[in-house]
Design a protein around this ligand. Structure first.
Ligand SMILES: [Zn+2]
Length: 366
């Protein structure tokens, strides 16, 4: 491996000297260690790139189509806002293809970018929960058009998986366990979970969208002692079922807050169940990032930091300090980058400031 890296560096130096390539000299994929996660800025949609220590890539959602407007209108892939942001993150990670694409659910802020991305990068295996809820069009009118475009690309895929809760995705070097899909959730607690949750009260709050969001395919990713939870826009009863009356997931290091941190993700019982050290909010300036959620995050026991892809206009003074915010407005498109080690320690980079934040191995009984 080392020889290959040395050769690659020599090649890069030569190409840089020729002015042909502005690659980072330290970007030798073969020398990287650990699990990398890029939380890509897709302006209030979702796109999360997971790169395993073996350099397999799992992309969770693709953001919006075209210029990112709420109307689903894919166009020239080279001009597509979110697809190109994904390509840039993949390039930074040193991967040239998406081995696995997981679409959490069939809304255009999650599956909108697929057809453009597929023209920019090869995509291997498609993972989803089959088809949208029949009522999806009643509150998200563009969802059927986005799904039709997605389905067309999926039909050409090498493989298509529809895993059920409790099943593992076929990645090597990490464990990626499906915790929710198609409205169903884990039937039994994962190892290390199962305690009663004292913050459970009554029943689940009403989800903002009762049709497709609660069908989100969620995954728990484990690399050694490090655990990351991404449940897409899971809200309402299935999100509640993961946390109440018993916690089915166990403590996580990092939780990508459900539904972009919308108000229907602000249930203290879910945070008491997942016990994240770090919460990440993939809100846009005016999408997701509810004031109620930010206010709740300021008081979650054990939560060390909250990272934001964007300042939230609605959250106002409840936003976290700028050092933890990737984008202060819509003029930039920085991602948040996380690198985790097998012992459970991890680092998070704010590329806007260039500052890494270190999180040592879990400092408390978990
Ligand atoms: Zn969404």
């Amino acid at each position: 491996m080392h020889d290959r890296c040395t050769r690659l560096r020599r090649t890069w130096r030569l190409l840089i000297a020729l002015g042909a390539l502005a690659a980072s000299a330290g970007a030798c994929a073969a020398e990287r260690a650990g699990l990398e996660i890029y939380f890509i800025d897709v302006e209030g949609g979702q796109s999360t790139l997971v790169v395993t220590p073996d350099r397999q890539s799992l992309l969770i959602d693709t953001g919006w189509a075209g210029d990112g407007s709420a109307v689903f209108r894919p166009g020239d892939p080279h001009a597509a806002r979110d697809a190109n942001r994904i390509v840039a993150a993949a390039r930074d990670a040193g991967v040239a293809r998406i081995d696995y694409l997981l679409i959490t659910h069939f809304h255009p802020d999650h599956d909108g970018g697929v057809s453009e991305l597929a023209q920019l990068m090869p995509i291997g295996v498609f993972i989803d929960h089959g088809a949208p809820s029949p009522q999806t069009a009643s509150n998200v009118p563009d969802a059927p058009a986005a799904f039709a475009a997605y389905e067309k690309v999926r039909a050409t895929a090498a493989a298509h998986l529809e895993p059920r809760p409790g099943e593992r995705l076929p990645l090597s070097g990490i464990e990626a366990t499906v915790v929710s899909s198609g409205g169903a959730t884990l039937a039994a607690p994962l190892p290390g979970a199962g305690g009663r949750n004292r913050l459970c009260q009554g029943q689940a709050g009403a989800p903002r969208d009762p049709y497709e969001n609660p069908r989100s395919t969620g995954v728990l990713i484990r690399y050694g002692a490090f655990r990351f939870l991404d449940v897409g826009d899971l809200t309402g009863e299935p999100l509640f079922a993961l946390a109440c009356p018993r916690d089915l997931i166990g403590p996580v290091d990092v939780y990508l807050v459900a539904h972009h941190g919308g108000p229907d993700a602000a249930d203290p019982a879910t945070f008491a169940a997942f016990r994240p050290r770090v919460a990440i909010m993939n809100n846009g300036v005016s999408k997701g990032g509810a004031r109620a959620t930010y206010q709740l995050l300021h008081g979650v026991p054990g939560l060390e930091d909250v990272w934001q892809l964007h300042l939230s206009a609605e959250a106002a003074e409840s936003n976290f300090p700028d050092g933890y915010v990737a984008n202060l407005d819509e003029r930039s498109a920085w991602w948040i980058k996380l690198v985790a080690s097998r012992d459970g320690s991890f680092r998070i980079l704010n590329p806007r400031t260039g500052v890494w934040y270190d999180y040592a191995r879990a400092p408390r009984a978990r």
